[in-house]
Unconditional design. Structure first.
Length: 118
């Protein structure tokens, strides 16, 4: 499998991030990158993307519950000028429900959006 974009959970250290990226690149032969990490170790969903197809316009991590965060990235296509996409990843609380209102609020956005709503 060689997705353009994926959300990676349980990778909270810089060592994990660098090893994951090295292994994915070696296995696929593709130029993958990770969006920026948070300055702290939050349980979030890091954004992995194909750097040959997408570039980061803006990214970050927004806290939503204790030590949990939502990683987000506004990506722009390197193949289709002007095409942008907002992606995000969360690490759900075990046994809990996902924050569907948050997903729905971010599903459709107008001009001028830069980061997700919480």
């Amino acid at each position: 499998m060689r997705p353009d974009i994926a959300s990676i959970q349980e990778c909270v250290t810089s060592y994990c991030r660098s090893e994951l990226l090295s292994q994915v690149r070696a296995k696929t032969g593709l130029d993958y990158a990770l969006s920026s990490d948070s300055p702290s170790q939050w349980w979030d969903g890091d954004i992995l993307y194909r750097n040959d197809k997408w570039g980061v316009v803006a990214d970050g991590v927004v806290l939503y519950s204790g030590s949990r965060g939502m990683s987000w990235a506004r990506l722009e296509s390197r193949l289709e000028a002007g095409r942008q996409l907002l992606v995000y990843g969360v690490h759900p609380i075990a046994g809990g429900s996902e924050m569907w209102s948050m997903h729905l609020a971010n599903q459709v956005r107008g001009e001028g959006w830069n980061q997700p709503n919480l």
